[in-house]
Design a protein around this ligand. Structure first.
Ligand code: ZN
Length: 115
């Protein structure tokens, strides 16, 4: 239960990420762990004791606190991800998709014509 007025900024409340020392997998609390049905927002320290590295399977004792990774810089990365596509209007996306299909079709036809 969080009371109104006690909300913290993302940077302040960003919990620590933990890195697997065996394989380099990083558990980010903001993302959780889909594979093991860990809901986004679950702190590493709140993970069930049965939780293991989803990549290599080592136990939690092999994980190392690497600090808040999902803080503002992390969000900036997410914003940049797919930036080029997100700037396109839906019409431009359609043009890209159908234009691509048309080109593929023409390419196919030209190959067919060679035979
Ligand atoms: Zn691992």
């Amino acid at each position: 239960m969080s009371e109104p007025g006690q909300e913290k900024t993302l940077a302040e409340q960003a919990p620590s990420s933990y890195e697997c020392r065996a394989c380099g997998y990083v558990y980010e609390p903001a993302k959780g762990d889909n594979q093991n049905k860990i809901a986004p927002g679950t702190l590493f320290t709140d993970l069930p004791s049965s939780w293991r590295c989803p990549v290599c399977g080592v136990s939690q004792s092999q994980f190392q606190d690497i600090g808040a990774k999902g803080a503002p810089s992390g969000f900036a990365e997410n914003l940049n991800y797919g930036f080029g596509v997100n700037r396109l209007t839906p019409n431009q996306k359609n043009l890209l998709i159908f234009g691509g299909l048309g080109l593929a079709f023409l390419f196919f036809l030209s190959l067919y014509g060679l035979n």
